[in-house]
Design a protein around this ligand. Sequence first.
Ligand code: PLP
Length: 389
Amino acid sequence: MSASDFIYLDHCGTTPLADCVNKVMQQYEANNFGNPSAFHHHSGERAATSLAAARQQISEILQAPFDGIVFTSGATEANNCILQGFAIKHQHRRARLIIGATEHRSIFETAHFCQKHLGAETVIAPVNARGIIDLQQFQEICARDSHRPTLVAIMHINNEIPTLAPLSEIAIICEKFDYHLHCDTVQSYVRQPLSLLDLRVHSLVISPHKFYGPKGIGILALRDGAKDAGITSLIHGGEQEFGLRAGTPNVALAVGAAAAMQYHEQRRQQLVQHMHACQQTFIDTLATENINWNYTVPTNTQCAGILSLWFPGVNAFDVLAALPEICINRGSSCSGGGEKYSHVHSALGLPIEVAANVLRVSFGDGATVAQCQSAAQKISAYIRERSRS
Ligand code: PLP
């Protein structure tokens, strides 16, 4: 199957690399190979200058200090760095991690790891049927044991359901108790401009491959800079990344990440409009085809391009197997597709037979509006065919 034979509707999973970003990275690689830590000689100095320029550009966009931008291998590592780093730093006082019930697995599993292996206590903040944190219960959880070193991790926009967190209310509660507020902004940065200051968070993470940038790099932004972030490094060795992540940095990826962010800042609005148009066309087509389907959580204009739905009586695996040319997903990509159902859908209180059969369709530049219509027609034809047999 060639690329032109499939319809890509899995943009929450990843996105194609933008040509302009690819060009910037290739140009860098063609002309540079130096190790940025060897800045005393010409080759190293060139690499160090490029790395610093990328860091500076990103710090300006996110309103973070220069020494508060830490490059990692992805958002998964950045989330691990924060949660485990906090748990280790405060191990002697038994750190507490309060996390949302629908967090990405890189938070969810890491928090459980911290409880099992690092002596932390992990508390899950429940959500309502739309996936929104219950503020009353959140406030009560926060008020308990408030003398303990506590880190709160609440994601901004969910990657499986179109849910936006009430982050300003959460920030006010965290400020009251002086808790570290960490926010996974991987999906929200795609959809809205944001900064550490606007969100009033201590730390956030971003993943460039979600907005047409390279894979293999993540950005951890720290409001108080790396040294005063209150976390212990997980990777030891050299002093790279302000002592938070030892190892020779991949400068081409850092340069690509900065280029992707600059590109995205200019065209986010246009992209979001395209996501809305694709999503609407997909929904309208399902309606025209008169197919029986339901949302798990209704669409949300602030979470453009994320559809979470199920077809009564239809097994989600069967849809994926029957239509491999339509690239959609059951939940998040990181489960590897093996999970019976996602913890996100189960946190919404969906019955198991529904939770196990949710499909996520996520829109972006990898598909045209016409392709979205065609995908909805093909899915409808399959559902119709099945209900006849
Ligand atoms: N957080 C969210 C909300 C995501 O959607 C993803 C990607 O699936 C991640 C974290 C992990 O990102 P990465 O692929 O950069 O490790």
